[in-house]
Design a protein around this ligand. Structure first.
Ligand code: NCD
Ligand code: ZN
Length: 349
């Protein structure tokens, strides 16, 4: 059996920089037509000039990638990292750039490389006002960082304390609630106007916190926002297969070298890029909704970002496919991809 869909896009990916790009960029470019590239480098991408230079470094690794049956050219879509020091003129420059497509709000301390992020979203309201006016989408890592808030509650609390007020104060601002993990987030998006969308990752669709913590701790399933309960997972699955165009694909593929995750204090992030579309196909098939995959993976994100849908096609074969235990990465230890060593039923041809 074969499944053919319009070439998909990844609306949330981390490529890192330098030596990592030779691994991360081809892993995404072989499948996806475009990807929204996260700006949480060290130091972060906070100017259009930096974003343009980073784009060139990425493109240097996109050419010559093995694209299999697909004939598309890969296009990185750049983003800026919002800080409390950023000037509104940078937002204007971003909106004017043909290569910058959004700005990302990281609450300071919420996740990997977020130290330079925003301490209080109210402090960047002038930037959000400029983004609203210029119709530049806001991408949100939706977790509060207050010590007293339980890690499993941080997304739901963020909705009440910050996201709902932002949505209310900036009614024209397009917002992507990134990598949502809770039933509360699904409800928030469903009940919002159609300028609020959300990305869904393969790990949050496939797993819940029991998979992370029962019978031993599995560091390769540790990502942020952390996996939630089974009822949250079910709500995410239903959103993904609902055909509601405000829920779309964003892998949050976030590479960390093997020993930085298999450690006493392991890094957050799942590296899903090498078999991302296959993992989504696996989930959609298990949910009896393969016919909903193309909208979720190839149409809804492009529509939300107001970009043309891809015109090339991607083929997946239904065949037994073992995800490698380890993939090459910077250093000798390699990287452990999401679902490593497990068998899935799809393979890009
Ligand atoms: C991401 C990373 O490693 O950059 N980690 C993660 O767990 N998702 C950052 C992020 O998207 O939160
Ligand atoms: Zn991410």
């Amino acid at each position: 059996m074969q499944l053919e869909i319009t070439t998909p896009d990844d609306w949330h990916v981390h490529f890192r920089d330098g030596d990592a790009l030779q691994y991360t960029v081809p892993a995404t470019a072989k499948t996806f037509g475009r990807a929204i590239v996260m700006p949480n480098l060290v130091p972060p991408i906070t100017t259009v000039t930096q974003a343009e230079a980073y784009r060139q470094r990425i493109l240097a690794h996109a050419q010559g990638a093995n694209f299999g049956s697909s004939t598309h050219l890969f296009e990185p879509l750049m983003t800026l990292y919002l800080t409390e020091q950023m000037a509104s003129s940078e937002i204007a420059a971003a909106a004017a750039s043909p290569h910058v497509f959004a700005c990302k709000l990281y609450p300071a301390g919420a996740t990997t490389n977020s130290a330079n992020g925003v301490r209080d979203p109210a402090n960047i309201y002038p930037l959000l006002e400029a983004m609203e006016k210029l119709d530049l989408p806001l991408l949100v890592h939706g977790e509060v960082t207050e010590q007293e808030v339980d890690i499993f509650d941080r997304e739901a609390v963020f909705i009440d304390r910050h996201l709902a007020p932002i949505a209310k104060n900036f009614p024209g601002l397009r917002i992507v609630f990134e990598h949502i993990t809770t039933a509360a987030a699904v409800d928030f998006v469903k009940e919002s106007s159609n300028r609020i969308g959300a990305t869904l990752t393969p790990q949050h669709l496939m797993h819940n916190r029991n998979d992370l913590l029962v019978g031993g701790i599995r560091p390769h399933l540790y990502c942020l926002p952390i996996l939630k309960a089974a009822n949250d997972q079910r709500a995410l699955q239903q959103a993904a297969i609902s055909g509601n165009p405000r829920f779309f694909l964003g892998t949050d593929s976030a590479p960390h070298a093997r020993l930085t995750k298999e450690a006493a204090c392991g890094c957050a992030g799942c590296y899903s890029a090498p078999t991302a579309i296959e993992l989504y196909a696996e989930i959609f098939e298990q949910l009896g909704a393969l016919d909903k995959l193309e909208g979720f993976a190839s149409f809804f994100g492009a529509d939300f970002y107001r970009l043309p849908r891809n015109i090339t096609r991607l083929r997946l074969q239904r065949t037994s496919n073992i995800v490698p235990e380890r993939a090459p990465f910077v250093g000798e230890d390699g990287i452990v991809p999401l679902h490593a060593g497990k068998t899935i039923s799809w393979q890009q041809s």
